[in-house]
Design a protein around this ligand. Structure first.
Ligand code: BTN
Length: 329
């Protein structure tokens, strides 16, 4: 309880610092019923978080710089969503936001709860692979409780990919594409990976955790791994760093919009958008799944989100999961 109140006071102080050029110590102590020492303690705590707050005798405190960290108070400012991001957990470093979000989901945290981290020490990629997550990226997981059956979870992965691609296109004017099912690529290099994990029984879904990792301001060479052979990042392409907070806010808005559309029966509309953004359809592909490797032509994605591949013998095979490699013809 004490912690929460402390946090709230800090948020209120920050709000005021953002509104006015100088805020005097006496104004802060009067407004929030704090001693001058307590005010100073809060200012020091803000500085420790990365805010640059100048203190001038007789004038007071001035906010000089806001850090581009995924702090809940920054993401929530002007966040135009109804449910996504109403509750945000932030970590400077965590093993995996996915693991934290799953724990929160089992504790009953509501749909739309978000977990973000500046850095992950054990980031998780698809099929248990490692996901390298240094400072500079957006590493985020969100709890969902959609009214679908577990085998329909695949559809959500396509919805997330469309949301990420749309935001990259809109904010930075870059030609983001999607490789089935949900890698977001720019110039054929991976800029974002999406991991969707579901918990439930065959006929009942308890919750889903959607993990999104976006290379915003990272050096691509530092995130390449066995999983990601060729990576890119927004900062590398644009030649400048971009705001992680702005990206996160826009993503939550876009994803919530598409998720609502999905919930009201609009999956086909989203699938059409996915197809327009697809880097896979119409290409010769090699599919590497758990049990087999085969080649063919990526024909279409069906209404469940599965990839339809035409084999050299003319048969059409439904691909439920696996890695897709687009081949040069
Ligand atoms: C992939 O392409 O293999 C999926 C990568 C997903 C990475 C994100 S980063 C945020 C969330 N936390 C994790 O540990 N993984 C996902």
């Amino acid at each position: 309880m004490f912690q929460l109140v402390e946090g709230l006071v800090k948020e209120k102080i920050l709000e005021l610092l953002k509104k006015k050029t100088y805020v005097s110590g006496s104004e802060l102590s009067r407004k929030f019923n704090l001693s001058r020492t307590a005010v100073w303690k809060h200012i020091k705590a803000l500085r420790r978080k990365g805010y640059v707050v100048e203190a001038k005798p007789r004038q007071g405190y001035r906010l000089v710089k806001t850090p581009d960290l995924l702090l809940p108070v920054e993401i929530k400012a002007e966040l135009k969503t109804k449910i996504f991001g109403k509750k945000i957990f932030h970590f400077n470093e965590v093993t995996s936001t996915q693991e934290v979000a799953k724990k929160l989901a089992t504790q009953g945290f509501e749909e739309g709860t978000v977990v973000v981290a500046e850095k992950q020490s054990k980031g998780k990629g698809r099929v248990g692979r490692e996901w390298v997550s240094p400072l500079g990226g957006v590493w985020l997981s969100i709890i969902l409780k959609p009214n679908i059956l577990p085998h329909q979870a695949q559809k959500i992965t396509l919805v997330v990919a469309v949301a990420v691609a749309n935001v990259i296109r809109r904010l930075y004017g870059l030609d983001a594409k999607i490789k089935w099912p949900n890698d977001v690529l720019i110039d054929k290099k991976k800029v974002c990976g999406i991991l969707v994990e579901a918990s439930g029984e065959v006929d009942r879904l308890n919750y889903m955790v959607v993990g999104v990792g976006v290379n915003l301001n990272v050096n691509p060479a530092t995130v390449e791994s066995k999983l990601v052979k060729t990576a890119t990042s927004i900062s590398e392409i644009l030649g400048r760093e971009v705001s992680k907070v702005e990206f996160t806010r826009e993503f939550l808005v876009e994803f919530e919009k598409l998720y609502k559309l999905f919930g009201s029966g609009g999956f086909n509309q989203i699938l059409e958008e996915w197809k327009k953004l697809s880097e896979t359809l119409g290409c010769k592909v090699k599919i590497v799944s758990q049990n087999e490797v085969f080649v063919g032509e990526a024909l279409d994605v069906d209404e469940e989100g599965f990839l339809l591949v035409k084999l050299p013998n003319g048969f059409v095979k439904k691909v439920v999961s696996g890695d897709v490699y687009v081949r040069k013809v």
